[in-house]
Design a protein around this ligand. Structure first.
Ligand SMILES: Nc1ncnc2c1ncn2[C@@H]1O[C@H](COP(=O)(O)OP(=O)(O)OP(=O)(O)O)[C@@H](O)[C@H]1O
Length: 361
């Protein structure tokens, strides 16, 4: 178990700056997810913590100790990658024993057996112990890779998209297992992914990374309900938050799309809302609902049936809005419908900076 702190980390590769002044703190026993698109700097962050790269500027502290001078082995962190790095001609048992046989560990045979058996039981791969790893399915191989990390009892687990090579069903199953495992071990996990569903479902905390900048850190609820800016608003939620242009007029927010104009009755949420200015309204699809007599008319442009719910695309003039409605809602393409929204749930963003007025205030 360990507490990790990154202080003002910058990492340059030649002329390219991969990380820019990154400050990040991961509490002991926390499941922290770093969410970002390709090239955001996720892998670089993991490689810096594990000691495979050196920061251009800034410090990395593990349990309050500056680990800058320490090599990868001394840091005692385990890195699990998307591509399983197993020895193909070895059995599962041999692969699990391997990290324990390093000379510096000097473990007794009985201790090695005990650890391997316990990990195999935890990951439900006991029946595979004597099988060669090239005879395993993708999900089994990834379990063994995770097992190789656990068996060492490292201080920190760093996971680089470990589930992204697996099919959807397996990914879902392993998400739950990995989360349970982290809770049972009480371990500190830093898990990086570009998949917002993974981030939302697994993280105690999420850090949203964009082009080497940490944009926002918060619990999944904070990130979802109170995004710092339109980038974060678009990064989480499926379908994503509706973002509609409008403006502030005499203290009232007004949506001013070409074909409709609507007063917004909810609180603007900040004193920074004084003075007229261009805004973006953020409304989650589940906060839009169909209602007879509601203020705005729309045409049903698309209907996706997802079992328990339907995702509608509504066309209002030339803008498209997504609405998540109960599956029993009876609508067909090109139906005329009316919709309303929950004014308390609307998030207002400054159009120029993209920053939420709640945060700017
Ligand atoms: N060794 C290197 N030399 C030069 N540029 C690098 C090197 N490693 C990473 N980069 C660059 O730094 C940026 C961040 O890369 P990084 O691998 O950390 O992104 P990522 O968020 O993990 O992306 P992905 O999801 O695609 O793995 C990218 O623009 C990448 O091209």
């Amino acid at each position: 178990m360990a507490h990790i702190q990154l202080k003002n980390i910058t990492k340059k590769f030649g002329a390219h700056t991969a990380l820019k002044g990154l400050d990040l703190e991961i509490q002991d026993g926390e499941f922290f997810v770093l969410l970002g698109q390709t090239g955001a700097g996720k892998t670089t962050t993991l490689r810096l913590i594990s000691g495979l790269e050196t920061p251009t500027e800034g410090d990395i502290l593990i349990d309050g100790v500056d680990v800058g001078p320490w090599g990868a082995a001394e840091r005692d962190v385990a890195l699990v990658l998307q591509q399983y790095s197993l020895y193909p001609r070895y059995t599962v048992r041999e692969n699990l024993e391997f990290p324990l046989k390093a000379k510096i560990r000097r473990l007794e045979r009985a201790e090695i057996d005990e650890r391997v058996n316990r990990v195999a039981k935890t990951l439900r791969i006991e029946h595979l112990l004597d099988r060669k790893t090239d005879r395993l399915s993708g999900g089994e191989m990834q379990r063994v890779s995770i097992g190789r990390a656990i068996v060492r009892k490292p201080r920190v687990f760093l996971m680089d998209e470990p589930l992204s090579a697996l099919d959807a069903k397996l990914r879902e199953a392993l998400r739950t297992e990995l989360k349970n495992l982290q809770v049972n071990l009480g371990a500190t996990f830093l898990f990086v992914t570009h998949d917002q569903i993974e981030a939302m479902s697994m993280g105690d905390k999420i850090g949203v990374l964009n082009e080497g900048h940490l944009v926002q850190v918060g619990t999944p609820n904070e990130i979802y309900n109170n995004p710092l800016n339109t980038f974060v608003a678009r990064s989480v939620g499926s379908p994503p938050m509706n973002l509609i242009e409008g403006e502030l007029r005499s203290g009232k927010a007004v949506m001013t799309q070409k074909n409709f104009e609507l007063p917004f009755t909810g609180a603007t949420g900040t004193s920074a809302a004084e003075g007229d200015r261009p805004l973006v309204f953020g409304i989650r699809p589940e906060d839009l609902h169909l209602e007879a007599g509601a203020p705005v008319e729309a045409k049903v442009h698309d209907v996706e049936n997802h079992g328990v719910e339907k995702i509608l695309t509504l066309r209002v003039g030339d803008i498209m809005l997504r609405a998540t409605v109960p599956a029993r809602t009876d609508v067909a393409l090109e139906d005329a419908v009316r919709f309303a929204w929950n004014p308390n749930k609307v998030v207002l963003f400054d159009r120029a900076s993209g920053v939420s007025l709640r945060h700017a205030g």
